[in-house]
Design a binder for this molecule. Structure first.
Ligand SMILES: Cc1ncc(COP(=O)(O)O)c(C=O)c1O
Length: 449
């Protein structure tokens, strides 16, 4: 039974938020229970429950409606799908206003860079906007191999391949390489793409506590022998928390138990290491000790698409069989050209990485001075301000906009409710003055909301 939400007009914000939150949680549970309830009698066309024939009764839609209606009741505007009018860099434009921007992963300020725009335009002139086929059948262009060769050089491995989406790259790679007799063991905070890939593969999927290589070791000591292949999946820099794993320890464990190690470098390439070459540079590890390097072109590399780098057998295998590569179009020429040009700039202008790291450090130091919970952030490029409530995060994001600052809230179910937060992405182009302004506004609203 749904309990009614009391009249909200006269209650304080904090109490209202709590009541709405509780109502949402109760109703959310009952949506799950209703979705799981089975129908016992044999079905005829007339007795098929509506929940199986109508999208407005789909549990996902009901949950969406619930949150939307709850937010409306307390007057919180939706933070989603706002239209911006410019490149997302240290600033961003919306309806004629310029905001200081912390909501894009243009870490090195390369998206919108004239050199990259020119490279993308030249690729369009030469090849058009689409290669119009899967690469295996007529979609191959020289620029694809150029990009893959460069990525393989960066990772100091045999080869790499590029797919049209970072998310699809992981889903397709894990989904293809592993099967029902295998085990995927991932960090509890791993990105959704690894979870979806594991589901697709049919392998057993287990998570271990965040960054806890000792717990991972224990799990593998207990159950390694029950599986054929085992793949450990971690991130180079965690996308929600901005911290990183002790990669050498994970390599030790994967060797000890005969497992593969996959590292998602989405937020690590261009950010970690003196030259921005990612977690391998940060720790000085042997790149061949990691079996599957994965990354996206959509963050520091100012483009769109994903890559896998590793030994030749891995890359050849994926090139001839991974569904997201074989049955999907080749990456668009301007996107390949943009990523190639971004790699060239990353190498030519290492100061971008130094500046990004300095700005991230400065931001996290200043924020912590105000007692704001920045969680595990190591101050590179991702800094959360953990509010512990989705509604509070949404209110805070809205209030920041009134100070001329664009920062997105991360709400349940993207993170657990108590981990709801604002997430600040840094850019090397942020000035200290912009950071000071953002931190002062955050501290003020943090106390107020
Ligand atoms: C850790 C991680 N992996 C993979 C992806 C997917 O990459 P893309 O957005 O380029 O598809 C993301 C996206 O944000 C991510 O944060």
């Amino acid at each position: 039974m749904n309990q009614p939400v009391p009249h909200l007009g006269t209650l304080a914000n904090r109490v209202k938020d709590r009541l709405i939150q509780q109502a949402i949680e109760r109703r959310s549970k009952s949506i799950d229970q209703e979705a799981e309830a089975s129908v016992s009698s044999p079905l005829s066309l007339n007795t098929i429950p509506q929940k199986w024939t109508r999208f407005d009764q789909h549990p996902g839609y009901q949950r969406y409606k619930l949150i939307k209606d709850g937010a409306q009741k307390i007057g919180v505007a939706s933070p989603f799908f706002q239209e911006f009018d410019s490149v997302s860099s240290a600033t961003i434009e919306i309806q004629g206003k310029t905001l200081i921007n912390f909501s894009g992963y243009n870490y090195l300020g390369l998206s919108g860079h004239p050199e990259i725009n020119r490279a993308a335009s030249a690729a369009i002139e030469q090849y058009g906007t689409s290669v119009s086929a899967s690469r295996i059948v007529s979609g191959e262009r020289a620029i694809h191999r150029e990009l893959e060769t460069k990525l393989a050089q960066i990772y100091e491995v045999d080869d790499s391949l590029v797919m049209v989406s970072g998310h699809a790259t992981t889903v397709s790679t894990i989904g293809y390489l592993f099967g029902p007799r295998d085990l995927i063991l991932h960090d509890a905070l791993i990105h959704n793409c690894a979870v979806e890939g594991a589901k697709l593969s049919g392998a057993k999927r287990l998570s271990f506590p965040h960054n806890d290589w000792q717990a991972l070791d224990q799990i593998l000591s207990r159950c390694r022998s029950e599986y054929e292949r085992v793949c450990i999946v971690i991130e180079g820099l965690y996308s929600m928390d901005g911290d990183f794993p002790d990669a050498p320890k994970f390599i030790e464990i994967k060797k000890k138990h005969g497992a593969f190690l996959m590292i998602d470098e989405a937020h690590s390439l261009g950010v970690l290491g003196q030259a921005g070459l990612g977690i391998k540079e940060h720790f000085g590890i042997n790149p061949r000790d990691v079996d599957i390097w994965m990354g996206t072109l959509s963050k520091a590399l100012a483009s769109c698409g994903g890559y896998i780098a590793g030994e030749q057998a891995l890359i050849d295998n994926l090139k001839f069989a991974a569904p997201g590569f074989v049955y999907s179009v080749g990456i668009a020429p301007p996107l390949a050209a943009a990523a190639l040009s971004a790699i060239a700039l990353l190498i030519k202008e290492p100061d971008r990485v130094k500046k990004l790291q300095a700005r991230g450090n400065y931001f996290v130091e200043q924020t912590r001075k105000h007692g704001i919970n920045t969680g595990l952030s190591c101050g590179f490029s991702i800094i959360p301000a953990i509010t512990g409530s989705s509604l509070r995060a949404a209110r805070l994001s809205h209030a920041m906009k009134n100070h001329g600052i664009n920062v997105q809230p991360i709400l349940y179910p993207a993170v657990s409710e108590k981990a709801a937060r604002l997430r600040f992405f840094m850019s090397c182009d942020h000035s200290e003055e912009q950071i000071d302004k953002a931190v002062s506004a955050l501290a003020l609203e943090w106390r107020r909301i």
